[in-house]
Write a protein that binds this ligand. Sequence first.
Ligand code: FAQ
Length: 337
Amino acid sequence: MYTQALNSRDDAPAAIRPAEELEHEARFQARVDAEERIEANDWMPAAYRKTLVRQISQHAHSEIIGMLPEGNWITRAPSLRRKAALLAKVQDECGHGLYLYAAAETLGVSREELTDQLLTGKAKYSSIFNYPTMSWADIGAIGWLVDGAAIMNQIPLCRCSYGPYARAMIRVCKEESFHQRQGYEIMLTLCRGSEEQKAMAQDALNRWWWPCLMMFGPPDAASQHSDQSTKWKIKRFSNDELRQKFVDATVPQAQFLGLTLPDPELRFVPDEGGDGTTGHWHYGQIDWDEFKQVIAGNGPCNRDRLAARNKAHAEGEWVREAAMAHAAKRQARQQAA
Ligand code: FAQ
């Protein structure tokens, strides 16, 4: 693992690191500052590589686990059109997972290793996927809010300093934007339907709103990786900045639907000295204890999600074996020719 990282020991104190390495590091930071893209074979500090493997693999795992809450509703979608759209969305998420694992592999870590970390519960994935999907309206809320939050976080990642991650994000963001619209359209249909359907949409919003705000990560003051990731231009905005952008974009969408956000403290605060056309939506306290519990493995569905993923992996064993056997035969045929 981290094969190309051996040329850098940037966790050692500066005083005992060779001058040559410090020079490499200064040149690396200058490239990052100049907005040059870092590519797989370029020199990079070991800690930069490690941070990227951590973030990209968590992101990949999130896409893979993220298929489960929605996959649960494919057979129960209310029409053929809804079923086709949901199937396409879930397949896209699988594709995103694969691009992201491929991007992580360019950093010298194997997909098997990353998969193993997920299946054994060692790796994190987004907290949001540990909540249950209880009604069809939850599928609307996931598209609208979860994909909406994912886009807010991922658009800046298209400018991440690491080339393979940034490029993967471009396609992912385009697809997420389709996902967000299909979710919002489900919500709109429900809100324009019967009283019962609107109540279902409101109930889904009540349950998904706060966990979606947690998707952006801990508050800035508690975000251990933010400073360094910002210096390396992996992160372009802080967790709180992105959370605020999401709230500001989403409140008017909820108003258009005629739904109420489950936050009695929500209020518009105009910019100081502004004319009331700019400003932010102030939101109430996020329950960070709940967030900590969920990322520690104690959310409502953590155990189910890992069990489902392990079962799918075990049942797919024969497919992996067949694919390997096929690849070996093909290679042997090519060599013989
Ligand atoms: N859940 O120091 P920070 C999607 C962890 S994709 C779980 O602030 P960082 C598509 C964090 O890893 C959704 N863990 O960390 C879709 C770290 O732990 P570690 C996923 C979280 O990296 C839609 C610790 O807390 N998106 O939804 C969470 O600077 C619909 C300290 O935090 C991405 O992964 C959390 N919410 O910032 C699919 C985007 N937040 O590693 C299906 C890329 C934080 O030290 C259906 N990732 N942690 O053990 C990022 O932008 C960043 O990694 C953040 C966290 C912003 C998530």
